[in-house]
Every structure is written in structure tokens, then in C-alpha cells.
Design a protein around this ligand. Structure first.
Ligand code: GDP
Ligand code: IMO
Ligand code: MG
Length: 435
């Protein structure tokens, strides 16, 4: 039976997961999204066209891969409809290649309102994307969420009415001065809009667990596109400065219905530097001109919100943690071209926690906020990498940089990004061990 390859982010998101999935999709029948919602933004450049994928797995861009939205996703139907329209306009046969789990949870207008209301009341802001992700997951676990399949149930209207009225009361509590809540959360308008979405989405809805397992039994190739990343994980990230799902390997299983035995390679994606959008600790953050230069060279502005991303050097302490938590079998290092524009490049190899040197990551905020990076310096100035088609063609300094990452973490770097375009990726032998 065919094994499933999984792609997960190792740091704070935006490592270039979409680009890796896009590559793997060339040989895949199905690409699955397991967690998160339209807080994700996965950018892929195909033939000069830039696609910012929020809900539909990037694998669909191959033109022959089914994009399956799994049960672990929280789905804003409006965003999905816009994405379908955009892909259709670019010639993709979405009707044939999109599938949606009946168990995915639906984001309703009050989730976004709650997200913003909660963020406004927080003294220490999380910097959420404002897409309603946290409140939608809250409702899921509190058992007052709405699954896709319920859009078609006979009691849908009554159920929606109960949910909307309950949330209205809650929002009034947060916004006692808000007078037009009856307009903004007008039940009839929400019912009409979501009834229309239900009809539009119907052709895509399926029993995704059965669909996936039957595909595997028929030896079809499945890949999973992780969203968000390890340090944004609700359990393993820098809580509370995290998202509300488990983007790590456990969430991949519960968000799809795959079993641990189904999993083959787990690819961890990093950039050759690091970035974070939103609040929270970030040990290797550079708040100086070097950080600004990374942001400009790497075009580090959020795909989803347009916010400038915080930037810094690569953090191998965090990467080793991501390897442990996810069981990474190999790495993808993107933006080697970007980091190679610096004369000297630094990599964080340990944390100095008030005199105690450690290579073990912690999610304890107190320790993280005080930790200082211990750096090792590497030669940069890699030059133009666009002509390099194999690892061996990379300049020596670039090979040494990659080799050090492999040695430190103890797993091979299989993919190396040398540009934003689909073709700008070096792929190394699957069987090889580390340098
Ligand atoms: P994701 O959320 O992990 O899929 O990543 P994003 O799409 O949010 O952010 C990654 C950004 O880096 C996108 O703008 C990509 O086009 C770009 N990118 C990915 N790999 C490379 C690379 O190797 N070099 C350069 N210069 N850009 C890259
Ligand atoms: P991709 O898949 C980067 C961050 C937000 C915020 C925190 C919580 O593109 O890598 P949320 O709206 O999820 O409640 O916000 O998580 N965040 C991301 N940062 N990339 C993402 O996705 C993110 N998804 C959420 O900025 O700090
Ligand atoms: Mg992104």
C-alpha cells in the first residue's frame, strides 16, 4: 500500500510549505489539507502567475491532483467560493479535482466578530489573523460548531437560529454599546447566505475518510499539506501566542483520519532564515537593519493579512524540537537565494538562558523571552543560484551551510529552494543520508 508523505512547517509558518507540496503533487493523486483555515496563505508561482492558496490544497495546481479539504479544517465558505472562482478563471477543473470532508467545521460570521472582539479585549495581543479561527475551534470542542454535513440536515434552519441567537447574546456581553448587532448578525441573511453556500459546495462534499483509505488501498499517492507550523501549535508552540489547532503530526492524523501506519516521509519545511507574523517570543528575531534587510530581500509580508513579518536568523534549537515533535525524516530549506545575499550568515546553535547553555527548546515563555541566541557564523555571498540544478552545482559556502544544518539536526536536506518560482528548487536523492 502506498505511504502518505506529509509536509509540516517547523517554525512560525510561511516557510514555503505550499511550494514543496506543489513539487510533490507532480507525482501525487491526492493532496490533503488537515488543519487550520484561511489563516493560512500558501504562495506558489506557476508560469508567472502567483496563487495564494488559503483553503484548497496547493497540490491542485498540478492540474491532475485532487485537493481534499479534511475534517480538521475550519472552513469559511465565502473564502472557498472565491478560491474556486479564481482557480476556475485560470483554467483549473475544480469541479473534478476538489473534495471537501463532510466533517469539516464551518466558520460563521460571528466567529470573525468574536475573534476581533476577543483580540480587542486582550492586554497581551496574540496578533491573530482575525479570520475567526480560534472561536470556530472553540465551538468545535465545546460541541456547538456546525459541520459541513449539517448544512444539509433537515433541522439546519432551527440549529442555525439557536447558534446565532446564543452568539448574539455573547457578543452583546463583549460589546454592550453595540447597537446594530441585530443587523450585522441578522439570522435571515445568514441563513440565506449559508443555504446558498450549501448548494454551491454540495458537489464537493464527501466522506473523506473512506475516500482517502480506499485511495490508499488502490495504491494511489497521497500527500498532506500542513498549514501553520510547529511553534504555532496549540500544545507544542509558545502558548498563548499560537493558533488554535495542532499543525504538528498528531493534528495531521486527526485532521484527516489517516493512521500512523499510513505515514511515510515527514518533510519539515524551513527558510534559510526565520520569520514570524503576530506576537510572541522569537529568540533569533533581529529588530535592527539586518532584520529589515531580510524582510526586504525575502519579501516578508503576510500572504493573508499583508502584515510585515518579523525576521531573524535560522534557529537550529527550534528546528531540532520540530524534528522531535513531528518525527521529521527530511528537510526542505527554502530561500537559500535570499540568505546568500548576505556576506556573513548566522545560525543559532544554542540558547543562553542566563548563563545556562542549552540546545533543548522550551515553550516556557519566561525562559524563551530571556533566552539569548548563541550563533555560529558562516560565509555568505552565494552569488546567483538560478542556474544551479543540482546540489553539487551550488557554491561551496552554500553547501557548507546546508551540510551544517543536516549535521546538527541529524536528518537530510532533500529540497532546497533557490527562488520563488516552481522550478527554483533543487531536489536531492531520496535515499541519501546526511552530508
Ligand atoms: P507557506 O505558508 O509555508 O506556504 O509559505 P508562504 O507562501 O506564506 O511564504 C513563503 C514565501 O516565500 C512565498 O512568497 C514564496 O513565494 C516564497 N518562496 C518560497 N520558497 C522560496 C525560495 O526558495 N526563494 C525565494 N526567494 N522565495 C521563496
Ligand atoms: P501558513 O499556513 C504564519 C499566526 C497568526 C497569529 C497566530 C494566531 O501560511 O504558514 P490565528 O488567526 O490562527 O488565530 O492567529 O498564528 N498564524 C500564522 N502565521 N503563517 C500562517 O499560516 C499562520 N496561521 C496563523 O499570525 O500570530
Ligand atoms: Mg503562509
Amino acid at each position: 500500500m502506498s505511504k502518505v508523505d506529509v509536509v509540516v512547517g517547523c517554525f512560525y509558518g510561511d516557510e514555503g510549505k505550499g511550494k514543496v507540496i506543489d513539487y510533490l503533487a507532480a507525482d501525487a493523486d491526492i493532496a490533503v489539507r488537515a488543519t487550520g483555515g484561511d489563516n493560512a496563505g500558501h504562495t506558489i508561482k506557476v508560469d508567472g502567475v502567483k496563487y495564494a492558496m488559503r483553503l484548497i490544497p496547493s497540490g491542485i495546481l498540478s492540474g491532475h491532483t485532487v485537493g481534499l479539504i479534511g475534517n480538521g479544517v475550519v472552513l469559511n465558505p465565502k473564502v472557498l467560493m472565491d478560491e474556486i472562482a479564481n482557480l476556475t478563471a485560470h483554467g483549473y477543473d475544480v469541479g473534478r479535482y476538489l473534495k471537501l470532508s463532510e466533517k469539516a467545521h464551518v466558520i460563521l460570521p460571528y466567529h470573525r466578530m468574536m475573534d476581533r472582539a476577543l483580540e480587542n479585549t486582550r492586554k497581551a495581543k496574540i496578533g491573530t489573523t482575525g479570520k475567526g479561527i480560534g472561536p470556530a475551534y472553540c465551538d468545535k470542542y465545546e460541541r456547538s460548531g456546525l459541520r459541513v454535513e449539517e448544512l444539509y440536515a433537515p433541522g439546519f434552519r432551527d440549529r442555525l437560529k439557536t447558534l446565532v441567537e446564543a452568539k448574539k447574546a455573547l457578543l452583546k456581553f463583549y460589546h454592550p454599546q453595540e447597537e446594530d448587532l441585530d443587523d450585522t448578525l441578522n439570522f435571515e441573511s445568514i441563513y440565506d447566505a449559508y443555504s446558498a453556500y450549501a448548494q454551491q459546495l454540495k458537489p464537493y462534499v464527501c466522506d473523506a475518510v473512506t475516500y482517502l483509505h480506499k485511495a490508499l488501498e488502490q495504491d494511489r499517492k497521497v500527500v498532506v499539506e500542513g498549514a501553520q507550523a510547529t511553534l504555532l501549535d496549540i500544545d507544542f508552540g509558545s502558548y498563548p501566542f499560537v493558533t488554535s489547532s495542532n499543525p504538528t503530526i498528531g493534528g495531521i492524523l486527526t485532521g484527516t483520519g489517516l493512521s500512523p501506519l499510513d505515514i511515510g516521509n515527514v518533510y519539515g519545511v524551513i527558510k534559510a532564515y526565520s520569520s514570524r507574523v503576530g506576537e510572541g517570543p522569537y529568540v533569533t528575531e533581529l529588530t535592527d537593519a539586518t532584520g529589515d534587510r531580510i524582510r526586504e530581500l525575502g519579501h516578508e509580508y503576510g500572504t493573508t493579512t499583508g502584515r510585515p513579518r518579523r525576521c531573524g536568523w535560522l534557529d537550529l534549537v527550534a528546528l531540532k524540537y520540530a524534528k522531535r515533535v513531528n518525527g521529521l525524516t527530511a528537510l526542505s530549506v527554502n530561500h537559500l537565494d535570499t540568505v546568500g545575499k548576505f556576506d556573513k550568515i548566522k545560525i543559532c546553535v544554542a540558547y543562553d538562558c542566563e548563563g545556562t547553555i542549552t540546545e533543548d527548546f522550551t515553550t516556557n515563555l519566561d525562559v524563551l523571552n530571556r533566552a539569548r541566541p548563541v550563533y555560529k557564523e558562516f560565509a555568505g555571498s552565494f552569488g546567483d543560484l538560478s542556474g544551479c540544478r543540482t546540489f553539487e552545482e551550488l557554491p561551496r559556502a552554500a553547501r557548507e551551510y546546508i551540510g551544517f544544518i543536516e549535521q546538527y539536526v541529524g536528518i537530510p536536506v532533500r529540497f532546497i529552494g533557490t527562488g520563488a518560482e516552481r522550478e527554483a528548487m533543487l531536489v536531492r536523492d531520496k535515499q541519501r543520508t546526511i552530508c
